[in-house]
Design a protein around this ligand. Structure first.
Ligand SMILES: NC(=O)c1ccc[n+]([C@@H]2O[C@H](COP(=O)([O-])OP(=O)(O)OC[C@H]3O[C@@H](n4cnc5c(N)ncnc54)[C@H](O)[C@@H]3O)[C@@H](O)[C@H]2O)c1
Length: 315
């Protein structure tokens, strides 16, 4: 690979894991990791970059001869609602700064993470198709669907090579996510292992599309590797992992930790979740670039417990 890869927003749930996978694949000297917040004791080449400041972005692109960008920086669904205009600025203006920089510096390939949050109450609720109507009611969904349209525009008008996935809620043990409507499916493991009762902010039968981190990262690497001719969707691809509700995952968790206690106290996040699909149709991604998830619920629960336990033992 000529040039280097830049990851924006790399300190978060996905960036933490993607940084390791990309450095493993291409070599540590080929990946520049960045975020608005610093990283302490990082093994990576790290630069502090606020994606809302195009001069910071452009300077890093020139300094490291960047040829690919994975743009993860964003304000997510639950956090977004507390300051909608800031969310719009970071999510949409941040992406436009990346697109403009890509055009100016002839960036070869871009990755944009979208979300199932682009769907709203009028979208099909079950097996939501890729080309479903987008009517999000959160600023997160509004901003991500606008970004999808901008991706399509830059691909058509300027020929940029942009690949994008609509992630479902991501489950990982490498960090405790914050500000995401699907956080509960990670937080509950932390409480279960610490033998503490967990108060769930969703109703017990709120079924949502989810995906295990290894599947999410593999999808990201796979879509970036396929020949451009296979990318027929320039806005974003649905991908599916699995679909479950808090009761279903609690039952699976209790197979390992029988005394786990959960209570339900729905808050504003229940309203966000209620607008989202129950399950996702990812047949377009399967057909175009061979996407297929690997992990099912019992495997994920076992891996999450093992991952959290070894992380706690290392501390
Ligand atoms: N985690 C999920 O379940 C999920 C689901 C769907 C889509 N996504 C998308 O995947 C991407 C990564 O998600 P994540 O879970 O790692 O998010 P995260 O919130 O864990 O991390 C986002 C990172 O962006 C950084 N950031 C915020 N504002 C910034 C700015 N102005 N400039 C630079 N960095 C900034 C934050 O410091 C943070 O480290 C996001 O675009 C998100 O919308 C995530």
């Amino acid at each position: 690979m000529s040039g280097r890869i830049l990851i924006t927003g790399a300190n978060g749930q996905l960036g933490t894991v993607l940084s390791h996978e990309l450095t493993k694949k291409h070599g540590i000297e080929k990946v520049v990791v960045s975020d608005i917040n610093p990283q302490t004791n990082t093994p990576f080449i790290f630069e502090k970059v606020n994606v809302c400041e195009s001069c910071e972005l452009n300077a890093v692109i020139v300094k490291y001869q960047i040829t690919q960008i994975y743009h993860l920086a964003a304000i997510l669904s639950a956090d977004g609602e507390s300051d909608p205009l800031r969310s719009w600025k970071v999510n949409v203006e941040g992406w436009l700064n990346v697109l403009e920089a890509a055009r100016k510096h002839n960036i070869q390939k871009l990755f944009f993470p979208s979300t199932i949050g682009v769907f709203g109450p009028l979208s099909a609720k079950v097996d939501t198709p890729n080309n479903s109507f987008l009517d999000p009611l959160t600023v997160y969904g509004v901003s991500k669907s606008a970004c999808e349209l901008w991706s399509n525009y830059y691909a058509m008008k300027y020929g940029l090579d942009i690949r994008s996935i609509r992630y479902p809620g991501v489950m990982s043990y490498q960090s405790i996510p914050e500000g995401v409507t699907t956080d509960y499916a990670v937080e509950m493991f932390y409480y279960a292992i610490k033998e503490k009762p967990y108060i769930c902010y969703l109703e017990k039968n709120t079924r949502l599309p989810m995906i295990y981190i290894d599947d999410a990262i593999r999808a990201t690497l796979e879509i970036m590797d396929v020949p451009i001719e296979k990318i027929n969707v320039k806005s974003s691809y649905n991908i599916s992992g699995l679909s479950f509700d808090p009761e279903m995952i609690t039952a699976e968790l209790r197979a390992h930790i029988p005394n786990f206690q959960i209570r339900y106290q729905p808050d504003f996040r229940q309203q966000i979740a209620a607008q989202w699909p129950i399950s996702i149709d990812d047949s377009q991604a399967r057909k175009d670039w061979g996407w297929k998830p690997k992990y099912c619920l019992d495997e994920i629960v076992a891996l999450m417990i093992e991952g959290f336990r070894s992380a706690f033992n290392e501390k």
